[in-house]
Design a protein around this ligand. Structure first.
Ligand code: SAM
Length: 244
């Protein structure tokens, strides 16, 4: 099975307890960070927004409150995560779609803003992913990426790694009931670019004015980029592109 297929299969297994494990693992701070990510989007209440790799919809629901007179699409390739998202979402301005963020089934310049939470580490081609997001955004629209990161301060990094690589698999085994999945999740940080390198990837793949906002000493980082005016290199798209 390719990496994408393995990731989808793993999230399918852990979907039922995904939210609970997150809350236990972070002491609920993940919800605060998602709200902060949404607050970084400079959009009007009637904006059309997209939440990429929406999972169980936690960030999507925050976006829906922000775009109360507009609409939000949450897209994810794991049906079990989407099933929970749909069950937990009562807002009428949210639509969930099954799809791969590496082949976004939307027309160019469809959205006024985009978010992605705790997912870039799982994507097999970060550059292609960023180009696809830029393609679907209107010029000047923002993309906010919230992701676990590698703290710059060596002491902070050491303390965080002890927790992330030691405690997370334990909590995942006890609370989530899936030791293998919660061994993989911290490992996915190992080859993930540091905050500066990710910012450079934003710049190289369709975004300008890129800002990094470290959270809790850099254990997570918000990357905020604005879709550049210049055209983005074409990317493979799903055959039937439809408006959101
Ligand atoms: C760690 S969860 C994050 C969920 C949610 N954004 C949150 O804040 O909790 C990662 C999600 O990314 C999805 N995912 C990973 N790679 C994907 C891809 N290429 N296309 C669509 N979804 C993807 C997984 O199915 C999973 O639901």
């Amino acid at each position: 099975m390719d990496k994408g297929g393995g990731v989808r299969e793993m999230f399918g297994r852990i979907a039922g307890r995904y939210d609970l494990v997150n809350t236990v693992m972070t002491g609920g701070i993940d919800a605060v960070w998602r709200r902060k990510a949404v607050a970084c989007l400079d959009v009007a209440p009637d904006a059309r927004l997209i939440d990429l790799c929406c999972g169980t919809g936690a960030l999507t629901r925050d976006l829906a409150a922000r775009a109360s007179a507009g609409g939000v699409v949450g897209i994810d390739f794991t049906p079990q995560m989407l099933e929970i998202a749909r069950a937990h979402t009562s807002a009428k301005n949210v639509e969930y779609r099954e799809g791969d963020v590496l082949a976004l089934p939307f027309d160019d310049a469809s959205f006024d803003g985009a978010t992605m939470g705790f997912s870039m580490r799982n994507v097999v081609d970060i550059g292609a992913c960023l180009r696809g997001i830029a393609r679907t955004l209107k010029p000047g629209a923002s993309f906010v990426n919230l992701e676990v990161s590698k703290p710059r301060n060596p002491l902070m990094r050491r303390a965080f790694y002890a927790y992330f690589y030691g405690m997370v698999p334990l909590i995942g085994r006890i609370v989530g009931g899936d030791a293998a999945a919660y061994r993989y999740l911290p490992q996915s940080l190992v080859n993930f670019p540091d905050a500066d390198t990710l910012a450079a990837l934003f710049e190289a793949n369709g975004f300008g004015a890129v800002r990094c906002v470290p959270l809790m000493g850099g254990v997570a980082t918000l990357h905020i980029g604005t879709k550049a005016e210049a055209p983005v290199a074409p990317l493979a798209r799903a055959p039937e592109a439809v408006a959101p």
